[in-house]
Design a protein around this ligand. Structure first.
Ligand code: GLY
Ligand code: MN
Ligand code: MN
Length: 427
C-alpha cells in the first residue's frame, strides 16, 4: 500500500456509532464506488467512496458492507463482501485483498466473497424492517444519479418494496465532520506533503515555462512521498488566468511580470490537503501585486484564529466580507460612499471576491458539512480569502487548512506565505 492504513479500531468505533443511531431492526448496506469506464476496456483511476472508507477502510472496488445488529446469528451482524481474487483475476489486475487482509484492515470478522452477496442479502433482509442506504447529499449540488449507490438503491427497493428505506447521510455526515486522531494524522501527512510540493514547485517557476511544468513538479513531489497524487484537479494559473476561479487547463506560458496562482493539495490515505499560494513568476512582486497580496494576506492571518468552537462558516464569511470591503477601499477598487449606498443583496465586494472563505475538508476536498454547522473541536476547514482584479490581470488567493480548537491549528504552518519569504525562496 502507498499509505499507512488507519488503525482498524477507528472503523470499529465508527460502525458502533452508526449502529447506536439507527432505528430498531435496521440493516445498513453500503456499496463501493463504480469503476467508471474510460474507453474500450479501460477505466478511470478508481477512487473508493468516502462512506465505505469511513466505515471499513476497504479501498477496493466491488465491495459491500452490511451492518445488521439485530440479526439472530452473531456472525451475520457485520459482514464485508469483497471480490474473489481468483488466480485469473490476479493475472490481469494484480493483487486483491484476501479475506484475512480485509478483516485485518477493517476489523470486520465475517468476510465473504461477493459471489455470496445476493443469497446473504436475502437472509439479512428477512430479519430487517428498515434499510439504511447512502446516497450523496449536498443541498448545493445535484448530481445525475449515475453511481453504483443509486443503481443499488433502485434495485433493492424494487426487489424488496415492503421494507422501509432510510437515509444514512444525516447520521454519517455529522460523524465524518468531526475528525478522529487517526484522521487528523492522515490530514497532517497530506498537508505536509502539500507543503513539500510547494517547496519544490516554487523553485521551478520562471518566465517562459508552461503552467503544466509546475503542475508536474507538484505531482512529482506528491507521488514520491506516498500521496495518491493531487486531491483535486490542481489550478496552476498565470497572469489573467489567476482571476479564473476554477482554471484547470494549466496550458499557458508564464510571463515575466505575471503572478502565478497555485491551488493544489496532496491526497494521502484518501485524505485531502488543500492549499493556495500566489507568487510572482519572475521572483519579485510588482508594487501593485504586493499591495493586493498584502490585503489578502492580512485577512488570511486575521481569519485563521476565528476557527474556534461555536463559530460557523457564515460567521467566518461575515468577518471576511466586512474586512474585504475595507481592503478594497484601500486598494482604490471600491468607494466607501458606494458601499454605504449598495444593495445589501448584491454587495459590491462580490465583483472582486466571488467565493466563500471556507469549506470542510477530510476524505473529500469539499467534505461533508454545511455552512450553518457549528464548529466543534476536531473539525477541519479551509481558510481561503482572495481578491481578483480582472481588469488588472491580478488574482490573489491564499489558502490553508485549519483544525478547529480554542487555538486553531494551521495544518501548513511551514508553507511560506510572507512576501519576503517567497521572494527570498525564488531568488
Ligand atoms: N481547490 C478548491 C478549493 O480551494 O476549494
Ligand atoms: Mn484550494
Ligand atoms: Mn479550498
Amino acid at each position: 500500500m502507498r499509505y499507512q492504513p488507519l488503525n482498524p479500531q477507528f472503523y470499529i468505533e465508527n460502525r458502533k456509532k452508526v449502529v447506536g443511531e439507527i432505528e430498531l431492526n435496521s440493516l445498513v448496506i453500503l456499496t463501493s464506488n463504480s469503476e467508471f469506464p474510460r474507453c474500450g476496456d479501460t477505466t478511470m483511476p478508481f477512487r473508493q467512496n468516502s462512506e465505505m472508507l469511513y466505515l471499513s477502510g476497504i479501498d477496493q472496488e466491488e465491495t459491500y458492507l452490511t451492518l445488521a445488529p439485530w440479526h439472530p446469528v452473531p456472525e451475520y451482524r457485520e459482514i464485508l463482501f469483497i471480490k474473489n481474487p481468483s488466480p485469473e483475476m490476479v493475472v490481469w489486475f494484480g493483487h486483491r485483498l484476501s479475506k484475512e487482509q480485509a478483516s485485518q484492515l477493517s476489523g470486520v470478522k465475517t468476510v465473504m466473497f461477493t459471489d455470496d452477496f445476493q443469497d446473504t442479502l436475502q437472509n439479512l433482509m428477512c430479519y430487517a424492517q428498515n434499510v439504511y442506504l447512502h446516497l450523496p447529499e449536498n443541498p448545493r449540488m445535484r448530481w445525475e444519479p449515475i453511481t453504483r449507490e443509486h443503481r443499488f438503491a433502485k434495485q433493492l427497493m424494487e426487489e424488496y418494496p415492503l421494507h422501509t428505506y432510510r437515509r444514512l447521510a444525516p447520521i454519517l455526515y455529522p460523524m465524518r465532520a468531526l475528525k478522529a486522531p487517526e484522521e487528523l494524522a492522515a490530514l497532517r501527512r497530506a498537508c505536509d506533503i502539500t507543503t513539500q510540493a510547494f517547496g519544490r514547485a516554487v523553485k521551478a517557476v520562471k518566465p517562459g515555462k508552461y503552467e503544466y511544468e509546475i503542475e508536474a513538479e507538484l505531482a512529482y513531489e506528491m507521488l514520491r512521498n506516498g500521496a495518491t497524487g493531487h486531491s483535486f484537479a490542481p489550478i496552476v494559473a498565470a497572469g489573467p488566468d489567476t482571476c479564473i476561479l476554477h482554471y484547470i487547463k494549466n496550458d499557458k506560458v508564464m510571463k515575466d511580470g505575471d503572478l502565478l496562482l497555485m491551488d493544489f493539495g496532496a491526497e494521502y490515505a484518501n485524505y485531502a490537503g488543500d492549499a493556495t499560494r500566489t507568487i510572482p513568476v519572475n521572483g519579485r512582486y510588482t508594487p501593485r501585486q504586493k499591495e493586493i497580496y498584502s490585503s489578502v494576506l492580512a485577512i488570511f492571518k486575521e481569519t485563521i484564529p476565528l476557527f474556534k468552537p461555536g463559530m460557523n462558516i457564515h460567521k467566518i464569511n461575515d468577518f471576511v466580507f466586512r474586512r474585504m470591503e475595507e481592503e478594497l477601499v484601500k486598494l482604490g477598487l471600491l468607494k466607501e460612499a458606494d458601499i454605504k449606498a449598495q444593495d445589501p443583496a448584491h454587495p459590491l465586494f462580490k465583483k472582486y471576491y466571488m467565493h466563500n472563505t471556507s469549506h470542510f475538508i477530510g476524505l473529500d476536498v469539499h467534505d461533508v458539512g454545511q455552512r450553518d454547522w457549528t464548529f466543534q473541536p476536531g473539525m477541519v476547514l479551509s481558510c481561503e480569502p482572495g481578491i481578483y482584479v480582472a481588469e488588472e490581470g491580478i488574482g490573489v488567493r491564499i489558502e490553508t487548512d485549519v483544525v478547529v480548537a480554542d487555538n486553531p491549528i494551521n495544518l501548513m504552518p511551514d508553507m511560506p506565505v510572507e512576501v519576503e519569504e517567497i521572494e527570498a525562496l525564488m531568488n
